[in-house]
Structure formats: structure tokens, C-alpha cells
Design a protein around this ligand. Structure first.
Ligand code: SAM
Length: 280
């Protein structure tokens, strides 16, 4: 039997996740955005959708390890999992032993962990994200987009739509621009509330983000973050009003944009021109 087959046999021999969570009384905590997936068919579907798992696979919030098991079973070379809830370490212990060195657990806060420095390329992030911090995490990772081969992430459906929206879509906004500037992004499939324990009130979607080698248009990322935050903070207002603190009408004219336009009238290239005008 190959080493991988031996590890897989050891993982498949572990007790079912739901039973382990029950035995260790790891009740889900709302404050940590905990909605667990126990169905291995589903977690394997998510793992497979991320493609070949060579290099370093980074999982944020493994919780009791449903997705982690799937990543290992699907041949991930190395999984580095970052978890804030110290109780997960106890539930994950048998998986760490079965994984035979292919799984590393970092007990800490993903918001304070530079994922872009973990392991070796190719790096990818795969996660059923805690929804309360999902967009903050995404914006942070986008600042280092080129260090990741892909991100396969679960969000609330409504957030997934905002991430993947294109100009003209009603969901088009700050997240669409920050993502679309740096990456291709698609919704792969939805997951219904009843797949989770406990079930959330919303439908979830798995989104795949594939960073481009270079941003689509030249501009400074922080300037783009500032311009899009102000523009979409008051999305019904004309840009000359919402961007007043940055120079208002004259700044817009310098960037070749009608000061009376509203943020949803502009595409990513126009927002990059605004960011350049701010930066110069
Ligand atoms: N991956 C597991 C699954 O699919 O069943 C759990 C997913 S649950 C939606 C989100 C996980 O992220 C929880 O295990 C939670 O404890 C963890 N988490 C929440 N905030 C975190 C943070 N700041 N850093 C790292 N992990 C965090």
C-alpha cells in the first residue's frame, strides 16, 4: 500500500465527525461563526472543486475537521490549518495523528496570521469561512493575491454575488472591484442551510477566486480601497459628493469621469483611474 493510501485508510477509519463532536461536547459557538459540515461527500466535493492540491493548502477555521479530512483524502500534499477555537485542537488530534505529518495546526487568529508567508508555492486557501469576518479576510488576502494560486471559499450567497458581480449587475460594488481587479472569480455551487450544523438562516455559495499574474489595470491597491469605500459608502449619491474629501469634481474630471456619475455607472478601469488620480 502506498503512503497516501495508508494515510487515507487511517483517516477513513476515524470515528464519524458528528460522533466525535458529540463525545467531546464541542457545541457550535455563534461568536466564532461556527456552522459545521459533517457530510464527507459534500466536503469532498468542495475539496475536489479546488483542483490538484500540490504545494501548500491553507485552511482557515478547520473546526472539527470535516473539510480538513476531505482535503487530505483528496491528496493534499500539505495542509496548514489555522483555528481560533482551542477546543478544535482536541477534536483534531486523531486526524493529526492519522495524517502522518501532512497536517499542521496553527492555533491562532486568521486575521492576524500572514497566510501569504505560510508554506511553499503553489499556495491555495480553501475554507468554509466564519461569515462574521469573511469579507475582512478576503480583502486582506487580496492584498497578497499573487502569492496564492487560488482561493476556494464559502460565503453567504449574497456576499458571493457581490464578489463575482460585473459592472451593470445590481450587486456590483466595492468587493466586485477589489476582486475583479486582481482575479477571475466564479460561484461554483450553492450549499443549502440544512447541510450545516447548526443550520444558518442563509444559503451559502462556494466561490473560486483565481488571481491573475498582474492586476488588470495599474493603480495603487490602498488608493483603490479608499476610493471604492467612499464611492459605495453612499451608492445613491453622485461621485462629486461622495468623493468630496478626495477632491470631488476636479479629481473626477482629471480622471476623465463625469462628476455627476454614480458609482454603479463606472467599471473597474474607471475606478483604477480614480485611484491613480488620488495617488498622484
Ligand atoms: N471548517 C469547518 C467545517 O466546515 O465544518 C468549520 C467551519 S465554521 C463556518 C468556521 C470556523 O472558523 C470555526 O471552526 C471557527 O472556530 C473558526 N474561526 C472563527 N474565527 C476565526 C479566526 N479569527 N481565525 C481562525 N479561525 C476562526
Amino acid at each position: 500500500m502506498s503512503d497516501l493510501n495508508k494515510t487515507n485508510a487511517a483517516i477513513e477509519a476515524l470515528p464519524p465527525l458528528a460522533a466525535m463532536v458529540r463525545a467531546l461536547d464541542m457545541r457550535a459557538r455563534k461568536s466564532l461563526g461556527q456552522n459545521f459540515l459533517f457530510d464527507l461527500n459534500l466536503t469532498r466535493r468542495i475539496a475536489r472543486s479546488a483542483g490538484t492540491l500540490t504545494g501548500t493548502t491553507i485552511e482557515v477555521g478547520p473546526g472539527p475537521g470535516g473539510l480538513t479530512r476531505a482535503l487530505l483524502l483528496d491528496g493534499a500534499e500539505t495542509v496548514v490549518a489555522i483555528e481560533k477555537d482551542f477546543r478544535a485542537g482536541i477534536v483534531l488530534d486523531p486526524l493529526l495523528a492519522a495524517a502522518d505529518g501532512r497536517l499542521e495546526l496553527i492555533e491562532g487568529d486568521a486575521l492576524k496570521t500572514p497566510l501569504w508567508d505560510i508554506g511553499t508555492a503553489p499556495r491555495r486557501i480553501i475554507a468554509n469561512l466564519p461569515y462574521n469576518i469573511a469579507t475582512s479576510l478576503l480583502i486582506q488576502w487580496l492584498e497578497h493575491a499573487s502569492t496564492f494560486e487560488s482561493m476556494t471559499l464559502m460565503f453567504q450567497r449574497e456576499v458571493a454575488e457581490r464578489i463575482t458581480a460585473v459592472p451593470g449587475d445590481s450587486a456590483f460594488g466595492r468587493l466586485s472591484i477589489l476582486t475583479g481587479w486582481l482575479a477571475d472569480a466564479d460561484i461554483l455551487f450553492d450549499i443549502p442551510p440544512e447541510a450545516f450544523v447548526p443550520p444558518p438562516k442563509i444559503i451559502s455559495s462556494v466561490v473560486q477566486i483565481r488571481p491573475l499574474p498582474e492586476p488588470r489595470f495599474p493603480c495603487d491597491q490602498k488608493a483603490l480601497e479608499t476610493v471604492t469605500r467612499l464611492a459605495f459608502g453612499q451608492r445613491r449619491k453622485m461621485l462629486r459628493a461622495s468623493l468630496k474629501s478626495l477632491g470631488g469634481a476636479s479629481m473626477l474630471e482629471n480622471a476623465g469621469i463625469d462628476p455627476q456619475s454614480r458609482p454603479q455607472d463606472l467599471d473597474i478601469a474607471a475606478f483604477c483611474r480614480l485611484a491613480q488620480a488620488l495617488d498622484s
